[in-house]
Design a protein around this ligand. Structure first.
Ligand code: NAP
Length: 250
């Protein structure tokens, strides 16, 4: 009963800690590669859905678990296609999105151009949405100074400070960051989860808007779980002989 776990998130890393030595944890290779897991770890793309399908067959994978980030739409679609092609069930951990609370001023946008329009009236945006702003450091409007927080360090430029940092982030550290750089708007993905939620609380405290990049459409799976604990319980049951069920959300 060999499991292939597609990861790259904190939730996935927690799941990987519960895998067996013959199971495999797979990473794209963008971040740190853990060296303390009980399972095999592989790094790098498979070569699309076809490459992933080949891997499922050659490595005798019996269950594919997609615990990738909610915005990692390509690998989730590849998992769905490859699972169907090889008749390997796909279970997905789909982290619930954050919901706005009273006092929040969230502005939903789809894509980079719409986000730039939404930011036009502001001068000190804090980007917490990944690497994409690094591709646009040479086209920062003259009235803006950017703070970009992403996983990797980067030299930035005269108009952009890039901070390489990984969550979780505390309320205290977020308050200090917002104050130090006089942030007047936050850019975020709606990642969900507790690790990076503090920035939303601090934005609310300071009365700042959040430009929220819309989630890509959800990719279907044979079973969908909202928590890692629910997925682990189903995994234990499956290993103990329970049949693979289709489509309930746990
Ligand atoms: P993506 O657009 O869905 O994936 C791009 C390509 O990267 C995939 O087609 C696949 O290459 C490879 N890939 C992605 N995840 C992989 C995995 N777990 N194992 C092996 N190959 C993988 O995803 P992305 O947005 O570039 O994100 C890449 C990884 O970073 C994901 O694992 C995701 O969980 C993590 N991450 C993403 C975000 C985000 O905001 N997108 C945030 C935090 C973490 P092939 O087609 O060659 O197989």
């Amino acid at each position: 009963m060999r499991v292939l776990l597609l990861g790259g998130t904190g939730d996935a890393r927690k799941l990987a800690r519960q895998l067996a030595s013959h199971d495999v944890y797979s990473l794209a290779g963008l971040g740190r590669v853990p060296d303390d897991l009980p399972c095999e770890v592989r790094v790098g793309g498979f070569g699309g859905s076809e490459g992933l399908a080949n891997y499922l067959v050659t490595e005798s994978v019996e269950l594919l678990i997609d615990a990738t980030h909610p915005y990692a739409a390509q690998i989730s679609a590849n998992a769905r296609t490859a699972g169907q092609r090889c008749d390997v069930p796909v279970w997905a951990l789909r982290r619930a999105p954050w919901q706005p609370r009273p006092g929040d001023d969230w502005r939903a946008v789809h894509g980079w151009p719409a986000m730039c329009d939404a930011l036009a009236a502001f001068s000190r945006p804090l980007f917490t949405s990944g690497r994409e702003p690094l591709n646009h450091l040479n086209t920062i409007p003259a009235h803006q100074r950017w703070v970009v927080r992403c996983l990797d360090d980067h030299p930035g430029n005269a108009q952009a400070l890039v901070i390489g940092a990984r969550g979780p982030f505390t309320h205290e550290s977020e308050r200090a960051l917002f104050a130090q750089h006089d942030i007047d708007v936050v850019v975020s993905k709606n990642s969900g989860g507790a690790a990076t939620e503090a920035k939303l609380d601090v934005a609310r405290e300071r009365g700042l808007p959040v430009v929220m990049l819309a989630r890509p459409p959800v990719v279907e799976a044979d079973r969908t779980f909202e928590t890692g604990d629910a997925l682990l319980a189903a995994l234990d049951a499956w290993r103990a002989g329970a049949p693979i069920q289709h489509n309930p959300t746990s």
